[in-house]
Design a protein around this ligand. Structure first.
Ligand code: SAM
Length: 297
């Protein structure tokens, strides 16, 4: 299996443009995931192809890397590959069914609006902090998206619904929401507000995908070193949940936690890690998919 080496990424030939804004704080975490997408895209057995990831990485003055070297960190590149492929499939299925309005919440340097084969009339909104958009737009200039794409600069702890509506979001259209690599960075009260607001903006039939940290695994030897490293790096994970289906149900969504070990591509990626770490907690991170019933309950 090709190994991921955070500080020896041969695909990354840096040529930062001094005019490209620097990403710091939580915004810099967008570069962690883009680094792993660039690495994945170069593999012969890639689970997805993100041709723009290497360009983002090369443009960053300091692309950084996820902190620490614990067992979860060793699995992160394969985790990210699996989660990306999982949500690619989920979003495309939602869009092909009916939900041609897509909101990537905390989009970071996600290029799904450029790399997925969307139905013709799909509209993708990308919500993130202004600095992330400033960085991203410089690289995307000249690249044609495969969907209508609208960046929305907003802080998700503030009035992001107002910014989304002002950008043309239509609450009467069923929406596919995605919160990937995001919610654990937000304070619990901000997550509650975000999920409530997304629900209020959701026409019946809307869908949601979310990545969650399982509170029951947070103190395991697999997860704890990662949480400590994040806290030490100034980007702590501060939200987690136990019993995701119940939690999302109480917040108005019919949710299902994915059984990743039923997916052949995930089994293939995780098998070497499970062999190396027999105590590896396979349910520490949970991918949830959900639908919004009429009335939200
Ligand atoms: N979803 C993308 C992905 O999977 O590659 C990005 C994930 S990155 C780990 C987390 C993203 O959440 C960053 O782009 C960061 O700027 C964004 N984010 C975190 N807190 C935010 C906030 N309060 N408002 C807006 N965006 C935020």
């Amino acid at each position: 299996m090709p190994m991921y080496r955070p500080h020896d990424d041969t695909a990354h030939e840096p040529h930062p443009d001094p005019a490209t804004p620097t990403l710091d704080g939580v915004s810099a975490t967008a570069l962690w995931t883009v680094r792993m997408r660039a690495h994945e895209s170069a593999r012969d057995d890639a689970l997805f192809h993100d041709p723009l990831a290497a360009a983002f990485l090369a443009s960053a003055a300091d692309p950084g890397a996820p902190p620490g070297s614990g067992p979860l960190q060793q699995v992160l590149p394969d985790w990210l590959a699996v989660r990306t492929r999982f949500f690619d499939d989920h979003l495309l299925a939602a869009a092909r069914a009916a939900n041609r309005q897509v909101v990537l919440v905390g989009a970071g340097l996600d290029t799904r609006a450029h790399r997925l084969d969307w139905p013709d009339d799909t509209q993708v909104f990308e919500v993130d902090l202004p600095a992330v958009h400033a960085f991203k737009e410089r690289i995307l200039a000249g690249h044609t998206p495969t969907a209508r794409r609208t960046p929305v600069a907003a802080d998700l702890r503030e009035d992001w619904p107002g910014a989304l509506l002002a950008a043309g979001f239509d609450p009467a259209r069923p929406t596919a929401w995605l919160c990937e690599g995001l919610l654990f960075y937000l304070p619990p009260e901000a997550v509650d507000r975000l999920v409530a607001a997304a629900g209020e903006l959701s026409a019946p039939g809307s869908t949601l995908g979310a990545e969650c940290l399982n509170a029951d695994a947070a103190d395991s030897p697999f997860v704890r070193p990662w949480l400590d490293a994040l806290a030490g790096s100034g980007t702590p994970w501060v939200w987690q949940l136990a019993d995701p289906e119940k939690w999302w149900g109480e917040h108005g969504w019919h949710a299902e936690a994915a059984d990743l070990l039923a997916l052949p591509y995930a089994v293939e990626r995780f098998a070497p890690h499970l062999a190396a770490h027999p105590g590896l907690e396979t349910q520490s991170m949970i991918l949830v998919t959900a639908t919004r019933p009429a009335g939200g309950r």
